[in-house]
Write a protein that binds this ligand. Structure first.
Ligand code: GLU
Length: 561
């Protein structure tokens, strides 16, 4: 390489490494002109040399580009990006002797990406400090309980590599809630209320006390027992915990703790009619289960304030309460209710439909649990509200899956071409450019010399032009659908030959289902069959998880670019 070629090579490598492996002529030529003014008068030569360097560099895998630049000009290697610095979660106070924490999902469906934050953060802290992580299914509202939800949530947590030590259903703890309801009533910290709910709420908003608030504890306990005995109808009576009727936030003033529910529960049927409401059962459970730290979203701030009244009435020590900010997740359907309805109507294939943001869908697509974990660790526990970025999650995922994903060719919307001028061709390429130990993939064309190109590549082929079928050979575009073999010398790249991906006649029909609901169909090289259940990189296309194979071909799900 002469001086100009070396410079072009270095700048192209550096530019490519900055921009996802693809250098562009503008900046590379600009750098040469700037740093080597003696070439200013030779614009044409510079442009030619630069373009040929770029063509070669862009055909290389980024790791190969990096290795070459490291050899050629290590000082030009881009510094480690800020995001690559591993960020740790802030320490927890009073955690030195271990912690007891919980995940308290509502089993109304499986977990989605939004829920994974509470799962990961709590898990991280229990792993850091030692102790116990309890999964508590908050299933005290029968109409929202989805029977498969219990199992699916545990499967999702297993996928996320969350280590939980116990699973408890609130629906199995009603006697406990009853016992504490009676204690609060007997101590005058709660009352039985038969106000109509709208009027009761309105009175609270106006700092007015409901007439039942002053009922004698003995009368309240009696009414409570009658409620348990089934003497009242739903909505006729409820049990209310007293807070502060003058609390500046009306939402915190007195809250309903127990109510009547007619609807049967998927697990307990009609055994119980008196049901706890969220703030009550949570406060009782968090205390009895020995929670040291309650880490949850800021949307629960008012609930924390309400729950603290139960601790105070009972004289219990409060756990450390921590609230992280709100995350908005755009362009993703997350509502369990909506998803459930759409599954019933057949609009989604199931909870793991690849358009959804459920953990099951992400798993099916090959989003690694480590990427989800890293994402939430990076976001941390701050109270500021943030917008979720799929792009950032994908970037973290790429870092994880890239080192194991086999490189394969996939040709979308294939167009058939016939190679002429040679009887057999043998292509041999590494399954992973940085990991020779993973071996090679080989394709032999013999007798049947057909190859398939993507329709996009095919339509760009001008008669007479030279293209390089990657890892196979150089072809001159001939008439009709013919490609004439003209050797295997890489120097054609310098003359501007385009690199084109291809598959041979022995390839497998493959449909890659995209997160937008479309499917891209084409042919994958046969080697793909060895990677069912795994994530591969379809070169120039992106990563995909190969789900299954049947007589129609391979079903794959797009992971990310
Ligand atoms: N079941 C509640 C939820 O999913 C739990 C909140 C909490 O107390 O952490 O929002």
């Amino acid at each position: 390489m002469n001086e100009l070629e070396t410079a072009a090579r270095k700048f192209a490598l550096q530019n490519a490494l900055e921009y996802n492996g693809k250098a562009s002529p503008g900046p590379v030529i600009g750098r040469i002109m700037n740093e080597m003014p003696e070439f200013k008068a030779k614009a044409r030569e510079v442009s030619e040399v630069a373009r040929s360097a770029i063509a070669e560099v862009n055909a290389m895998d980024t790791a190969v580009q990096k290795a070459e630049l490291e050899k050629l000009a290590p000082e030009m290697l881009v510094k480690k990006k800020k995001e690559e610095v591993v960020r740790e979660l802030p320490p927890l106070e009073n955690a030195e002797n271990g912690v007891v924490m919980r995940l308290a999902p509502n089993p109304s469906g499986p977990l989605h990406i939004g829920h994974t934050r509470m799962a990961i953060l709590n898990d991280e802290y229990v792993k850091r400090y030692g102790g116990k992580l309890i999964v508590r299914m908050e299933d005290t509202n029968p109409p929202t309980v989805y029977p498969d939800g219990y199992r699916m949530i545990c499967e999702d947590l297993d996928y996320l590599e969350v280590k939980y030590h116990e699973v408890v259903n609130q629906s199995s703890r009603f006697e406990i809630y009853y016992e504490y309801a009676e204690k609060l009533l007997a101590a005058g910290h709660a009352y039985m209320c038969s106000c109509e709910s709208e009027g009761w709420r309105k009175a609270k908003d106006e700092n007015r006390v409901c007439p039942h608030r002053d009922t004698e504890p003995g009368v309240n306990v009696d009414l409570w027992k009658r409620m348990l005995a089934g003497e009242f109808q739903a909505h006729e009576i409820s049990m209310v915990v007293k807070t502060d009727i003058n609390h500046p936030n009306p939402a915190v003033r007195d809250f309903v703790a127990m109510r009547m529910v007619d609807e049967p529960h998927p697990l307990t049927g009609t055994k119980y009619k008196v049901y706890p409401l969220y703030n009550f059962s949570v406060a009782i459970d968090d205390h009895l289960m020995g929670m040291t730290h309650v880490l949850r979203g800021k949307d629960h701030l008012n609930n924390t304030l309400r729950q603290i009244y139960v601790y105070e009435h009972m004289g219990w020590k409060k756990p450390v309460f921590l609230h992280y900010g709100w995350v908005s997740i755009e362009d993703t359907v997350l509502s369990t209710r909506q998803i459930k309805a759409a599954i019933v109507k057949g609009e989604y294939t199931g909870w793991d439909d690849c358009r959804l943001g459920t953990v099951a869908a992400l798993a099916k697509r090959g989003i690694a649990p480590g990427a989800i974990r890293q994402y939430w660790k990076d976001v941390g526990t701050k109270a500021v509200d943030i917008r979720f970025s799929w792009e950032n999650l994908y970037a973290m995922n790429r870092d994880i899956i890239d080192k194991d994903a086999a490189r394969l060719f996939f040709v979308s919307n294939p167009v058939e071409k016939q190679i002429t001028g040679v009887a057999t061709l043998h292509s041999k390429a590494p399954l992973h450019p940085q990991r020779p130990e993973l071996g090679m993939r080989e394709v032999k064309l013999e007798g049947d010399m057909r190859v398939f190109l993507t329709s996009e590549d095919a339509k760009d082929l001008k008669p007479g032009a030279v293209v390089r079928l990657k890892d196979l050979g150089n072809m001159e575009v001939a008439k009709g659908n013919e490609l004439k073999y003209i050797g295997n010398d890489l120097s054609v790249l310098k003359q501007g030959a385009k690199i084109v991906h291809w598959v041979g006649p022995n390839s497998v029909d493959t449909a890659v289902h995209m997160p937008d609901g479309t499917a891209i169909t084409g042919l994958a090289e046969k080697e793909a069959l060895k990677y069912l259940g795994k994530v591969v990189q379809f070169e120039r296309f992106g990563f995909a998880r190969l789900e299954s194979h049947n007589e129609k071909g391979i079903t794959a799900f797009f992971t990310n670019k």
